[in-house]
Design a protein around this ligand. Sequence first.
Ligand SMILES: Cc1cc2nc3c(=O)[nH]c(=O)nc-3n(C[C@H](O)[C@H](O)[C@H](O)COP(=O)(O)OP(=O)(O)OC[C@H]3O[C@@H](n4cnc5c(N)ncnc54)[C@H](O)[C@@H]3O)c2cc1C
Length: 456
Amino acid sequence: MSIAEKLQEIVGRDWVVAKREQMERYLADETADAIRPKPADNVVLVKPASAEEISAILKMANQEKTPVFVRGGGTGICGGAVPIADGILLSMERLDRIIEVDRNNLMVVAEAGVPFGNMLKAVEEASLFFPPHPGDEGAHVGGLVACNAGGTRAVKYGVIRNFVRGLEAVLPTGEIITTGGKLLKNNQGLDLMHLLINSNGTLGVITKVIFRLCPKFNSSGTLVISYDSRHKAIDTVPQILQSGVIPLAIEYVERDVIEISARRLSMTWPATKGLAYLMVILTGDSEDEVYSQGERVSDICERNGAVDILIAERREEQANILKIRSEVYSSLKPRVADVLDITVPPASIGVMMDRVDAVAQRYDVKIPTYGHAADGNLHPHLMVDLAEKGILREVKRAVYQDAIELGGVITGEHGLGVIRLADLDLCPDGKIWELMRGIKQVFDPNNILSPGIGVL
Ligand SMILES: Cc1cc2nc3c(=O)[nH]c(=O)nc-3n(C[C@H](O)[C@H](O)[C@H](O)COP(=O)(O)OP(=O)(O)OC[C@H]3O[C@@H](n4cnc5c(N)ncnc54)[C@H](O)[C@@H]3O)c2cc1C
């Protein structure tokens, strides 16, 4: 019996696709074209509807030693969802039920294939709040956990990891496990839940997620602060963090890129002065509290050379600003060869920006850069002209080298996927990769789940 026939026995004929032309859109993710890995030739797409069906698929694949790749929303930008070897591509789209928004425990329980936007809507309808906001709401909740996504709203509350309380997952050998629960404390042994978070589909298929929620804040405001130079803008960020005000988000963007995003969305970026901007989202119990935080942040920015400060208070205005910021990558993507994801200690962000400028000058190229400034997380964009000149890898490694010298990492939120593995030789301490390979071996003795992804 062929693999496709075995899969049909498990999930039914309607949910197995073997014809290439019917699965094209499943074979790529949002990685820039220049560096996206090529999908393998012989792939069978399967769409299971439950953890039990996934368990049966993995048991069969493990027996046959057939590679299995997991696909969530396909919004990843490091090639992690691309099936790079002949085998099975497992789409999570049918595990799409929001099981419960539990107002008493402040938790939401959802199947892994629920699109993030749907979960946000359900949480909002229950008058609760889920703080992290990775930019693409088409990502699945399982994908967000598998990548430990970050995004704009991590300053005050942290990244996705900080919100996961429980997971159900299917191991590569087919067993279904549950780790954590609706719990705020759990010291029952080694923390396998946190091992599954950011495992990029290498240790198990996440099938159910329990996220912690927050009560809704009563008031918010978004400041857009304009500067004439990127360095003045970036240098302000550590001072805001040291002031005692903890914003929900502090984003750094530049005029030329943010205006491309606004135009693509037929929207208007509200600031008309300056070249570089900080977008600061403040939240509080009352308008007065947000206003007083806004005053303190404005004072700091003015002392650091801000040329204009706008405040958006209306909900719609604030949502538009966040939307324009969230769509920057999609707007630049046709001209981007690689979007880097370096992260340095927050106080070193100004030095890192200087280093990016120095690399750009050395190679005589332009490197548009924006990012989650308060998290020390920058996204320098290496454009297609670098690939055309044959210097893409060299420039990338120069930026990585600088980040590592400052105590940073080559990826802060997007993950290693496929495309970042080749440059891990720059990272010190080879022992940690050996330990990771050992952990992978324990979970997946036959290396069938996402081989070649996420683990060196
Ligand atoms: C416009 C845009 C903006 C973005 N902004 C941000 C941002 O601000 N911050 C950020 O961190 N990321 C951002 N991303 C990247 C992306 O949205 C995140 O990495 C997201 O977590 C990917 O989720 P997904 O469901 O699309 O996963 P996919 O792309 O489908 O898969 C990504 C990886 O997760 C694995 N995976 C997916 N689902 C499961 C599962 N159920 N079980 C096990 N493994 C699984 C896959 O095998 C793969 O290795 C952005 C992407 C775009 C296109």
